[in-house]
Design a protein around this ligand. Structure first.
Ligand SMILES: *[C@@H]1O[C@H](CO)[C@@H](O)[C@H](O)[C@H]1NC(C)=O
Ligand SMILES: *[C@@H]1O[C@H](CO)[C@@H](O)[C@H](O)[C@H]1NC(C)=O
Ligand SMILES: *[C@@H]1O[C@H](CO)[C@@H](O)[C@H](O)[C@H]1NC(C)=O
Ligand SMILES: *[C@@H]1O[C@H](CO)[C@@H](O)[C@H](O)[C@H]1NC(C)=O
Length: 824
């Protein structure tokens, strides 16, 4: 510094010295020393004795001493040398503070004589203090939005030193954002100011650490440092940002209520509430979406709130917002697409588009019964539906336009088999697993009169005792009809036919409602043995149907006729019949033969003869069966010439009917054998009858060639069968019977329609002739000619078996007995 002193400086120094000496003189010997502060104790300030002009001895003798005006003795006098030395530590800053000059006045006292001197010690500053800050650390908060250029005053440092040793300037550690500006205020104080050079970004650097250094001007330089921490205050300047702006998720529609779907995540780089994110559905979200989805405000997890339905909506777009809690709130957006995947959750549905109608049972195949459609809410394969009818159904489905079908009949219906159908239709979709549903369609079948009434039997055999009471129930026929209602309502009637030239309706009457047949007539077996009634059952359908049945009424014989004596003739009732016999007759002589007939048949006509009374019971006997009266023994001379026999003739009926005949016998001498006469007599009409028969046969044959041919065929057949079976022989013997007048038993085979029966007639020539008459008469219903009608049965054996089955046992048994007896 001295080196660089210019001319002006030298002038200033010279002036200073001039003033100094001038002042020294004026103050009257006032001495002044200048020392730097902080000298060692004992350091010499100046030679006081010499400067005051005193000898060394004076110092001791005159008791030289210094007294401080301030009280504290910083200095003392070395009495040996007379030097002023530092007695205590002298801190200029403590003594004078910040004043530029620091002078300590001292009084020097010398006794003998008392002399007072005043000296001054100037304390010069030494750079012994570094600038210092009150706080070593300082925190400043600056909002990040603060504009560039704004100044923030900092704490200034203090340096007790003065002058050049005092605080000189400040420096700041290097920072991007801040610079330092030192402002000088009045009296030269320097105040450091932090200047924002660049806008702050908390998100880049939240804390700036700066060091402010205060430097003094001493030599060597001393400095003090304060740490300045700048905390950048967050400003809500960042929008929450989603990781993705668009999320996409596909969920099956059967996802359970409450299921977690996905997480949306947004981040906000701001701090504190500015970075706290709250998720929500966008404000324009539709209520339907709101009802379905729920977002957790804190986590951003999206949950399902309700069951989804692909069929209702297949895709949703959800807007999500993320708000921070700063002020103002910042908002970020994203959207989520939720695709609802179809699940086969809807079963197909069968809908009847027309009520099922009833169909007539005679409907043609293809008649429409009902119209139906099918639908499935699912899409794709899940909605593809196939219909199926149960197996073996009489119905079929005809597809029409899209998913519509017509249910038609596909076969013949029969109400009587099934009057109602419940048609099962199964609809199945093509989903996996497939869903199906069933529908039952009731179809009722309308009855059509397609069934005629059916009688319980095609033919009925009714046996009725003769002499019945008119008006009694004969029989009840019944018929049933499978149809319904009027189609099954049956009314009975009797078809008109003739019985012995009289309309059948005069014999019987039928209850049209229940088929009970009443007789209106008392029948006589001897006049009418069998007749048939055609019964018709008719339903009330439209058109009506009917069926016929035949009722064969067999009149059963009752023993209502007593045997009638034919021979010996009793022209006048009660008159005696006179028979003659020679006295020469031997035992066993045939006297006569009583012949009786019974109009009844069977047992009722089985006649037996008994000798009831006799003049001489030992002489005559009557054959029980033949009625032949023979002598028991030879007639003797003693025997009365007039013998009287009462013969009782009984039938085998129940009750027994009987009649009697009285035979008078005259025993004569030399009389011819009356038997020959009788035989002659008997053969005469027989031959005559035979001739008549021949004529009749011839005339009849000429009338009906057909009958003859049939007869021949029958005959041939009969002969042929006779070789193998004996039954036809019987028939042939029957034929013989007709020719043989001695036989009194005939078997008469009658045919009447399908019914055959054999009548056994017991009797003599009269009954035989009756029989022949009935045989030949084409008018008679029960003549043998009916036997040889083409419709009649040609096999006798067959006839017998039919008879066996249909006639009461007794008749046949009797006949066979009779036959066997005949053969004996
Ligand atoms: C910021 O500091 C740079 C140098 O570091 C300076 O050039 C610029 O002028 C300063 N800007 C302000 C606004 O003080
Ligand atoms: C779905 O679940 C929520 C609660 O988890 C309940 O409140 C709601 O009623 C449920 N919805 C249905 C349709 O089950
Ligand atoms: C038929 O009706 C009559 C009169 O109502 C009755 O006497 C008769 O017993 C009935 N027949 C049958 C089989 O029910
Ligand atoms: C029933 O008999 C009558 C009269 O003989 C006849 O017209 C009708 O065709 C017969 N009916 C049946 C079903 O045989």
């Amino acid at each position: 510094m001295t080196k660089r002193m210019g001319r002006a400086d030298w002038r200033w120094l010279a002036l200073w010295w001039h003033h100094f000496f001038l002042l020294w003189n004026t103050i009257d010997g006032q001495t002044r020393y200048s020392i730097p502060e902080e000298l060692e104790r004992g350091s010499v300030v100046g030679n006081l004795a010499k400067d005051l002009g005193l000898g060394l001895s004076d110092i001791f003798e005159r008791k030289l001493r210094v007294a401080s005006e301030a009280g504290k003795q910083y200095f003392s006098v070395d009495t040996g040398k007379g030097e002023l030395v530092v007695n205590d530590r002298i801190d200029r800053e403590a003594l004078c503070g910040q004043s530029i000059s620091c002078v300590l006045p001292l009084q020097v006292v010398i006794e003998n004589p008392l002399q007072l001197h005043r000296i001054e010690v100037e304390i010069r500053d030494v750079n012994d203090n570094a600038p210092s800050f009150l706080k070593s650390e300082h925190v400043i908060k600056i909002a990040e939005s603060t504009v560039v250029g704004v100044r923030f005053p900092l704490e200034s440092a203090e340096d007790p030193d003065v002058g050049t040793n005092g605080l000189k300037t400040y420096t700041l550690s290097k920072d991007d954002c801040f610079t330092l500006k030192v402002k000088e205020i009045e009296n030269g104080r320097k105040i450091p100011e932090l200047v924002l050079n660049k806008s702050l970004d908390r998100e880049k650097k939240a804390v700036h650490s700066l060091f402010l250094t205060a430097v003094d001007g001493g030599n060597p330089v001393k400095s003090g440092t304060s740490k300045i921490t700048v905390n950048v205050l967050d400003n809500n300047d960042n929008v929450p940002l989603f990781e993705n702006t668009f999320y996409k998720i596909a969920v099956p529609e059967n996802t359970a209520n409450g299921s977690f779907l996905l997480t949306t995540k947004a981040t906000d780089v701001d701090e504190g509430p500015n970075g706290e994110i709250e998720y929500a559905l966008g404000i324009h979200t539709s209520p339907s979406v709101r009802s379905l989805f729920h977002i957790d405000a804190v986590t951003g997890d999206i949950f399902l709130k309700k069951q989804l339905d692909h069929e209702m909506q297949a895709s949703y777009r959800i807007d999500i917002t993320a708000n921070d809690k700063g002020l103002p709130r910042m908002e970020g957006h994203c959207s989520v697409q939720v695709d609802v995947l179809d699940v086969n959750d809807n079963a197909p549905e069968i809908i009847l588009t027309s009520e099922p109608s009833s169909v007539r049972e005679d409907s043609r195949s293809g008649t429409v019964v009902a119209l139906l459609s099918v639908r499935d809410l699912d899409g794709g394969d899940n909605g593809k539906v196939t219909l199926q009818l149960s197996k073996g159904s009489l119905f079929s489905l005809k597809p029409s336009f899209s998913n519509n079908y017509a249910l038609t009949t596909s076969g013949a219906l029969d109400r009587e088999t099934s009057s109602e159908y419940s048609i099962e239709i199964t609809a199945t979709d093509s989903g996996s697993p497939p869903l199906s549903s069933k529908k039952f369609i009731p179809v009722s079948i309308i009855d059509v009169n397609d069934n005629p009434p059916v009688f319980t039997q095609p033919a009925y055999n009714v046996y009725l005792k003769e002499n019945n009471v008119p008006g009694s129930i004969l029989y009840s026929v019944s018929a049933s009809d499978l149809d319904l209602g009027d189609n099954a309502k049956i009314s009975y009637s009797i078809l008109d036919s003739k019985v012995q030239d009289v309309s059948v309706s005069s014999y019987v009457y039928i209850n049209s409602d229940n088929g009970s047949i009443y007789s209106m007539h008392s029948f006589d077996y001897e006049k009418l043995k069998v007749f048939q009634i055609q019964v018709q059952a008719k339903d009330q359908g439209s058109p009506s149907l009917s069926s016929n049945a035949t009722v064969h009424v067999f009149i059963l014989d009752q023993n209502d006729n007593a045997p009638a004596v034919i021979y010996p003739s009793s022209a006048a009732l009660g008159s005696l019949s006179h028979q003659r016999m020679p006295r020469s007759a031997k035992a066993g002589h045939l006297v006569t033969k009583v012949t009786a007939v019974d109009a009844d048949s069977g047992h009722n006509a089985w006649i037996s003869y008994r000798l009831a009374e006799a003049t001489d019971a030992s002489l005559f006997t009557v054959n029980l069966y033949t009625g032949e009266v023979r002598t028991k023994r030879a007639v003797s001379e003693q025997d009365d010439s007039s013998q009287r026999l009462l013969i009782e003739i009984k039938d085998d009926g129940e009750p027994v009917q009987s009649s009697t005949v009285t035979v008078s016998i005259l025993l004569e001498d030399g009389l011819h054998e009356p038997i020959l006469d009788l035989r002659h007599k008997l053969s005469e009409p027989s031959r005559k009858t035979g001739r008549i028969t021949l004529y009749l046969i011839l005339s009849l044959a000429s009338v009906s060639v057909l009958s003859l041919v049939t007869l021949l065929i029958l005959a041939v057949k009969c002969i042929r069968s006779s070789r193998s079976s004996g039954s036809c022989c019987m028939r042939r013997s029957d034929c013989d019977d007709y020719k043989n007048p001695n036989r009194n038993l005939q078997i008469q085979l009658n045919t009447d329609g399908p019914i055959k029966y054999v009548e056994v007639l017991g009797g003599d020539m009269l009954s035989q002739s009756q029989s022949f008459r009935s045989c030949m008469s084409p008018m008679s219903e029960y003549s043998d000619f009916t036997l040889i009608k083409p419709s009649s049965t040609t096999d006798f054996k067959e006839v017998i078996s039919v008879l066996d089955a249909s006639l009461p046992d007794s008749t046949w048994t009797f006949e066979s007995q009779q036959v066997s007896r005949e053969h004996q």
